[in-house]
Ligand binder design. Structure first.
Ligand code: FNR
Length: 348
């Protein structure tokens, strides 16, 4: 099967993954309107391409909090990679390193942080945190990640409770017995209910700050009010995200929310985006509207489901090639030339 674009990987994953795993990866909350809107919204944005601008030499590199990556696409945190491929997050780490980009490892990884680090020494990795009701568990995780050389801490802010994903409820989704949340082993027993702490507030950023020297990036911001609070609480980065439409259904597409967040932040911290990135031209639109970098969630899982580390590299390479081509066709030879002038909102 020739893999030409990301939907080829999606079709493969849908065909070959066990239904319960596919449904878990694909799920959005309620009737999936926000999940689907994340993708549809890109179609309402059209380019204003410029011509005759010498695009013979292209530079698609960028920097994430000072560290260079080969192109502005990283891997968003998603749980349970062993559902897609036996080596799980170890394969993800290897692919991200091979493509010289950033991998955000989830609290809900099915490999230990130690194994993830050992799989791809020197790769750029951030650690994504869900704050546990037992704060000692989270403190230990953050400090382990820092000691292992993870270079950023991503606090996910949009999951005080898990959204209602109908197929998971219907399927009675749970991890198969041989897979565990390796970084939380033992930590679940202390909680009879969900182990995640729904009482988290902005003040907890100060608590995190007291635990670690790592830059803190907050994930799940969708409004200018919260963007302002994030900056005031001293984070270094914001990921505009609606959790791939898996949490509150009815919220905006992330590409639409990006505009007000970027306007509020005024360059004080880096702004990134995830949700609905399926083509290189989507990446270009997000950068034009002010994102420094984007992250992919589900497409990375499809790549893993296809061929593990190699499949994920294929996904990243296709996105990279498409992004380079879109840039060139829009008249940009370097990422620094991408700006709002490149796009317009159509009245679709
Ligand atoms: C997620 N996401 C997520 N986010 C997070 O902060 N921690 C996590 O453990 C997970 N787990 C997770 C599992 C699965 C199966 C999906 C699809 C998503 C959300 C993820 O980081 C990201 O916000 C979205 O996936 C981006 O949307 P796309 O790229 O999937 O459209």
């Amino acid at each position: 099967m020739a893999m030409v674009c990301l939907s080829d990987f999606e079709a493969y994953a849908k065909k070959y993954l066990p239904k319960i795993a596919w449904d878990f990866f694909a799920a959005g909350a309620d009737d999936c309107s926000t999940r689907d809107e994340n993708i549809l919204a890109y179609k309402r944005i059209r380019f204003r391409p410029r011509m005759l601008r010498d695009v013979s030499v292209m530079d698609i590199r960028t920097k994430l909090l000072g560290t260079e990556i080969s192109f502005p696409v990283g891997i968003a945190p998603t749980g349970f990679h062993q559902l897609a491929w036996p080596d799980g997050e170890k394969s993800t780490a290897r692919a991200a390193k091979a493509m010289n980009t950033c991998y955000i490892a989830s609290t809900y990884s099915t490999c230990t942080l130690e194994d993830i680090s050992a799989a791809a020494p020197g790769g750029l990795r951030w650690f994504q945190l869900y704050i546990h009701r037992n704060r000692a568990v989270s403190q230990q995780l953050v400090q382990r990640a820092e000691a292992l050389g993870f270079q950023g801490l991503v606090l996910t802010a949009d999951l005080p409770y898990t959204g209602k994903r109908r197929d998971d409820v219907r399927n009675g989704f749970r991890l198969p017995p041989h897979m565990t949340l390796k970084n939380l082993e033992g930590a679940f027993e202390v909680c009879k209910m969900s182990p995640l702490d729904p009482s988290v507030t902005w003040n907890d950023i100060y608590w995190l700050r007291s635990l670690t020297h790592l830059p803190i990036v907050i994930k799940g911001i969708l409004t200018k009010e919260d963007a302002e609070l994030a900056v005031r609480h001293g984070v270094q980065g914001i990921i505009v995200s609606n959790h791939g439409g898996r949490q509150l259904d009815g919220g905006p597409a992330t590409i639409d929310a990006l505009v007000e967040v970027v306007e509020a932040v005024q360059g004080r911290v880096e702004v990134y985006l995830d949700g609905g990135i399926r083509k290189g031209s989507d990446v270009l639109k997000a950068l034009a509207l002010g994102a420094k970098c984007v992250f992919i969630g589900r497409p990375a899982l499809w790549g893993l489901a296809y061929k593990g580390e190699e499949g994920l590299q294929d996904v990243l390479r296709i996105l990279q090639d498409e992004f380079r081509l879109s840039m060139a066709l829009a008249g940009c030879a370097s990422v620094s030339e991408i700006g709002q002038h490149l796009v317009q909102f159509s009245k679709l």
